[in-house]
Design a protein around this ligand. Sequence first.
Ligand SMILES: [Fe+2]
Ligand SMILES: [Fe+2]
Length: 184
Amino acid sequence: MEVFKCRICGDPYVGGSKPSHCPFCGAPSNYIILAHDWQEPEAFELTEVSKADLEHALMLENNNALFYTCAYEVSMNVELSAMFKALAKVEAEHASVIRKLLGLPKPIEEEDNRGRCQALDQGNIKEAHDREKRAIDFYSRAAEVAIEPRIKEVFTALVEIEKTHIELNNKYLGTFSGMQNPII
Ligand SMILES: [Fe+2]
Ligand SMILES: [Fe+2]
């Protein structure tokens, strides 16, 4: 067994080999290193642009985590519910990574996720796709303009991660396309 650490979220993973993606933030394996080789990222000053982009990113990730939590709670399908729950955890982890970069404390109260999603699965799969697309577009631009290497790295990883969410959503969009949904 080895101990690994993710360079994006910093969380440790114990296993026989590197996972293909970080189980916490979803970063691909190239961001996962042996804990033995870990070096703390150096302290740096945030530019005003990055601070504003991180603040927007925090709102986006919090909203998406609430959306996915709501979606898994309303889903009657075991597989879809599992996917939404997994994505809720990943997006909450992204919010946590961003909060740390901004130097903000953990929120004390959990926000209410009721009414944050649609009533039926098919609508939520489509909405998930749109949310991930918006996140990818935003992070791509934010990665491009960030001049701090650490911020560029995090935004770049987030683009890669949210792309895997689109792939996952597309898979279910096809599988469940026959589902009735009066909302769309
Ligand atoms: Fe991670
Ligand atoms: Fe995210």
